[in-house]
Design a protein around this ligand. Structure first.
Ligand code: URA
Length: 259
């Protein structure tokens, strides 16, 4: 069961020693004003998130946090980068910011749904190829694409798993998809897995070119139309992804990591 001192240390980025002194000094209270002087107080997981007052500031105590971000164009999916702004910098005010990690990645010039979680095992399941989570993208294209031929394979030998590829009506276009000058076609594509530049490489191999790309869904999660680029909202990824089961390995298939 989580202890009060560990929860406060985890949520505020303080050492346990500092938190012990705060408790003993009656500087940690319930919202009703009752001092919590025992740093070892056990807090049942069902009581979390729980609010306490530390030095007159309300603090919500959690063991984990998940969010969906509408990643804008022009930022990289990284915790830090010497050359470009990062999607992580846009989450500075999120709870447990230090422990948040992106669930896979989007290219700098791709916008859309990017999940973040503090839970490593959950992140692993959501990105591992054996859990086969489908991702849906909307694309603005320079020209028409050809239908994927039988045995369609990219030039590095990767066989994309395309669950759906179809023309996208203008009326279905997500507000997050930029449509640059020169766009001749809109497409919606659902792929299972997320190899490097996979959607761009698929359309290039099919004779087209991606000019704009936005991820609009990841598994059961859909990017809300009213979540503006750069914004995020909290969500419970457990409820959506914890019941997933891996598909069996095919004969000769390696158990590799995904993005
Ligand atoms: N495929 C791409 O080409 N880019 C992305 O960002 C995601 C999928």
């Amino acid at each position: 069961m989580p202890r009060l001192d560990l929860l406060i240390a985890h949520n505020l980025g303080l050492s346990r020693g500092v938190v012990t002194r705060l408790c003993r000094g009656r500087r940690v209270c319930t919202p009703e004003g009752v001092a919590l002087t025992d740093p070892g107080l056990q807090i049942a997981p069902a009581e979390l998130p729980r609010t306490v007052v530390v030095d007159e500031q309300l603090v919500t105590l959690r063991v984990s946090f998940h969010l969906m971000q509408h990643k804008p164009l022009g930022v990289v999916t990284a915790l830090r980068d010497d050359r470009h702004p990062t999607a992580y910098e846009l989450l500075k005010d999120a709870p447990l910011h230090r422990d948040l990690r992106a669930v896979g990645r989007l290219d700098r010039e791709t916008s859309g749904l990017l999940l973040w979680t503090t839970e490593g095992p959950l992140l692993h399941r959501m990105t591992h190829p054996r859990y086969a989570v489908p991702r849906v993208y909307q694309a603005a294209l320079a020209r028409a694409w050809q239908a994927p031929p039988p045995g369609f394979t990219l030039d590095d030998g990767h066989v994309p798993e395309i669950a759906e590829l179809r023309a996208l009506d203008e009326a279905e276009r997500h507000p997050g998809l930029e449509v640059p000058d020169g766009t001749e076609r809109l497409a919606a594509i659902t792929i299972v897995g997320g190899k490097f530049h996979e959607v761009r490489r698929i359309f290039a191999a099919l004779g087209s070119e991606v000019l704009g790309l936005c991820r609009v869904a990841f598994g059961p999660l859909v990017l809300p139309n009213d979540l503006a680029a750069g914004e995020y909202e909290a969500l419970d990824l457990h409820a959506m992804f914890s019941g997933m089961h891996p598909r069996p390995l095919a004969v000769g298939e390696a158990d590799v990591e995904g993005a």
